[in-house]
Design a protein around this ligand. Structure first.
Ligand SMILES: [Zn+2]
Ligand SMILES: [Zn+2]
Length: 187
C-alpha cells in the first residue's frame, strides 16, 4: 500500500497529527507534511485547528454553496431543510434568496440563517433583509438577514439598501439580478 493510502487509513483510525504519522512510518515530519499537502490538494483531507481530518462527502456538500460554489462561512450560512431531511446550503442570504426559486416551497420544512448582528439562528422565512446597499459581507448584490425589522432598518440607515421581508426580498433580489438567473441545484 502506498504511504498516502496508509495515511488516509490511519486518519480514519484516529491519527490526528503529522507527528503521530511521522512516528508511525518512522520518517521525517517533512516527508509527512509533503504527503499531507498532496492529500490536501487532492481534496481528501482537511486541516483544522492543527488536526488532520478526512474530508467526507457530506462535509464537502455542507461547506459549499449550492448556488455559487463558494465555501460557506457558518455565520452567514443560509440553509433549507427539506422534508425527508435533505438540506440545501447557501453561503449567504444573497444565494439563499436566489435558490428558493429552484425549490418546491411545499417541500421546505424549515429555512435557517443567522442574524447578522447577534449571530443567533433565525427562521429565514420570518426574517427581515437589507437588500442592496454598500455592506457586502459575501455575494453581491448583498442581502443581509436580521431577526427583526427595526434592526434591519437601522442597518439600512448606515449602509443603504432596501428593507424587506422574505418574500419581498426574493423579488428585490430578482430585480437586482435583472430577472434572476435560474439556478440548477442537485439534490
Ligand atoms: Zn453562494
Ligand atoms: Zn454568498
Amino acid at each position: 500500500m502506498d504511504r498516502k493510502e496508509e495515511i488516509l487509513r490511519l486518519i480514519e483510525e484516529g491519527y490526528r497529527t503529522a507527528k503521530e504519522l511521522a512516528r508511525h512510518f518512522n520518517v521525517s515530519l517533512m516527508t509527512i507534511y509533503r504527503d499531507l499537502r498532496e492529500l490536501e490538494e487532492e481534496g481528501l483531507i482537511v486541516r483544522r485547528h492543527g488536526n488532520i481530518e478526512l474530508k467526507r462527502e457530506q462535509e464537502i456538500k455542507e461547506n459549499i454553496c449550492a448556488v455559487c460554489g463558494k465555501e460557506i462561512d457558518l455565520r452567514l450560512a443560509f440553509i433549507y431543510i427539506l422534508k425527508g431531511g435533505k438540506k440545501v446550503h447557501a453561503c449567504c442570504a444573497h444565494c439563499g434568496l436566489i435558490v428558493v426559486k429552484s425549490l418546491d416551497r411545499e417541500k421546505v420544512e424549515v429555512a435557517l440563517t443567522r442574524d447578522f448582528i447577534t449571530c443567533n439562528p433565525i427562521n429565514a422565512f420570518g426574517s427581515y433583509y437589507v437588500v442592496g446597499g454598500s455592506a457586502s459581507p459575501c455575494c453581491s448584490p448583498p442581502a443581509v438577514a436580521f431577526a427583526d425589522r427595526e434592526t434591519a432598518e437601522k442597518f439600512a440607515k448606515g449602509f443603504g439598501g432596501y428593507v424587506a421581508d422574505f418574500d419581498e426580498a426574493v423579488l428585490r433580489m430578482e430585480d437586482l439580478m435583472k430577472g434572476g438567473q435560474r439556478v440548477d441545484i442537485t439534490l
